[in-house]
Design a binder for this molecule. Sequence first.
Ligand code: SF4
Length: 485
Amino acid sequence: MLNPCFGDSTATMGVFPPTGQEYIAASLKGFVDKITLLDLRYDKQYQDPQALSRFIRAEIDLLCIGIQWDARFESICDFISQLPAEITTVVGGRKATEEVEYLFGRCPNIDMIVRGEGEEIIQQLVSGVPYPEIRGLSYRQDGSVVHNENHELPDLTHIAFPDRSLRGHDYYWSQYGVRLSRHTFDTVLTTRGCPFKCKFCTFSLNPLGQKREYTERPLESVIEELKTVTADIVLFSDDNLFTNPKRAEQLCDLILENGIKKSFVVQARIDIAKRRPLLDKLQKAGFKVFLLGVESPHDRILTNFQKGITQKEIRESLAILTQYDFYLHGYFIYGNIGETEEEMLYIPKFAQEIGLDSISFQKLRVEKFSPFKEIVESTPGYYYTRIGGHVYSDKYGPKELKRIRNRIRASFYTVRQLLRIAAKARRIGLVTGRDVAGSLVRLPLVLPLMIWSSLNKKNRKRKTHAVPPPSTGESSRVRQTVQNT
Ligand code: SF4
């Protein structure tokens, strides 16, 4: 199992373990003799493709590579292309599913691509089921690529826990190789899918555009998994943990009853503020960070998004949430259809008015299965350059939106706000005083690396302008948040 994503653009993504591959590894138990998981963010001796190829030739019969996100996609393709062609190579993951055709063309040594959720597909593959009978598999045959029909969505209740025993190290928040916190991180999934239908969001779809029906894992199984997790901070990677508030309350009860002492990070809709007893329990159970889908301060845009909330409701919800000692992060989208510069620049002011601790703001995107694709195509003056890319208009092109983004960032992330964030993160136990002091000491180490990395990024951009941009898909908001902040 190989996580090939490493490098400066993923510095803060080092926080999260390769859980997707650990799920696949767990599903392979009993089907293969030995599994080795290499995560190139940490297994640095294999960042050299020659060194990795030597290891693969000596030890590996089947190479399973996960490509989840947009980050460094082209570099990953270059890297994979240098691995041994004689070893059977299977690629899977969200990004791989979106880029099946491109990957087969780009990397001649890829033999198969597992599309969508891969646990059952990989089991069939290693059990010797003939390729044409494996749903969800794309493979090469006689010089062309065969795509079998889609696999049905797996039942979440029967999926094994991710195999964390394969990790060679803990996961920390580090920037440019410099560790910024002594807390360890992990992720746990308790539900899949989301019943809401926000227009800009494809999280409730799998990468094939199939609706991921909302399904819940039994809470007993979630607790059993949590008992095996050694990390200090756990992200519940559900789209919205509170879709079933009764279940969320039961989860808190079970966390408390079982004496599980961790800090939890969770994605939520602002509606959660309507449930005071649940908020009280969440605080007791160790929920500390809320990643909230606010999206926009403007009712017109919220209506276009079909978000189902208004500015007034956002204000009322935040008035309640800020009474608790939660760290509140808000997601926003700017550059929306018909949005003026003045409206975009209201985002940081609004975020401060309602008491958000931090924000991330992303440009509107057009995804393969997003209803916005048609809307953008039929709105005069608006365009996108590729599926998975951003939406621009004649008035607000890439340059203008970049300028606006910088103004939003500068207006929100003032020195005062940064100090507030540090103080709160320390108060609620996300970082320790020693972490804050340590970060200040390590700042001289990080700064030159940041400058070097940003110069490097510019050079890379200049180089890649020479080739046509690949079609890319969506990254999870958590990932993007981590990158943006
Ligand atoms: S934005 Fe959130 S609430 Fe809306 S559909 Fe996506 S995951 Fe569900």
